[in-house]
Write a protein that binds this ligand. Structure first.
Ligand code: ITT
Length: 191
């Protein structure tokens, strides 16, 4: 019987990316059941990923893979960082808030981080990894793919925003894909 893996997120964009990243593995991917509430009060991405993975694994009785991620903007002293999801109410409002906060500022440097944590129902941490992607905040949103802050994050190596890339390209250069490439070799050993 195939092992079940719950993707411990309520963010559909993340779920879509993980479905693609994990598609080669002999594992059944299931979404997080509705109604699970996690208090994300960790002081960094790693702590929040742990909280989400352990809570969901414990409540579902399955292995759970969580991702805590966010955008840190240099000229905003690392904000929104771990508060990326709570920076404003909607993706559009969050994007506009960043563009507005950087008005007249020439330093547009930013970094995306993804911390992944795989936990068992007994709250054992099986794998923890982190990936980063360096880029610049654009002056206007560009592109229609992806989710969240994708339209205003231009990746240094490619000069394209995440929202202008295919999921395949984002997988190679993005923070989540980079974290997953470290994750996958360890994951293969334990499944
Ligand atoms: P879960 O906690 O349920 O996974 P969330 O959206 O609240 O969902 P986080 O707490 O990790 O997730 O917050 C991450 C924020 O950063 C959120 O606003 C995302 O939309 C955004 N984000 C994360 N990865 C992103 C990516 O690859 N592209 C664009 N925005 C991203």
């Amino acid at each position: 019987m195939m092992r079940k893996l719950v993707i411990a997120t309520s963010n559909q964009g993340k779920f879509n990316e993980f479905s693609q990243l994990i598609s080669d593995f002999p594992i059944e991917i299931v979404p997080q059941p509705e109604g699970i509430k996690v208090i994300e009060n960790g002081k960094n991405f790693k702590e929040n990923a742990r909280l989400k993975a352990c809570t969901v694994a414990n409540q579902t009785g399955c292995w759970a893979l969580a991702d805590d991620s966010g955008l840190s903007v240099a000229a905003l002293q690392g904000a929104p960082g771990v508060h990326s999801a709570r920076y404003a109410k909607t993706d559009l409002e969050r994007i506009n808030k960043i563009i507005h906060a950087l008005e007249g500022i020439s330093d547009r440097r930013a970094c995306f981080t993804a911390s992944l944590c795989l936990a068992s129902p007994e709250n054992k941490i099986l794998i923890e990894v982190e990936g980063h992607c360096e880029g610049l905040i654009t002056h206007v949103p560009r592109g229609t793919n992806g989710f969240g802050y994708d339209p205003i994050f231009q990746v240094n190596e490619l000069g394209m925003t995440f929202a202008e890339m295919s999921m395949e390209t984002k997988k190679v250069c993005g923070h989540r894909g980079k974290a997953f490439s470290i994750f996958q070799s360890r994951f293969r050993e334990i499944i």
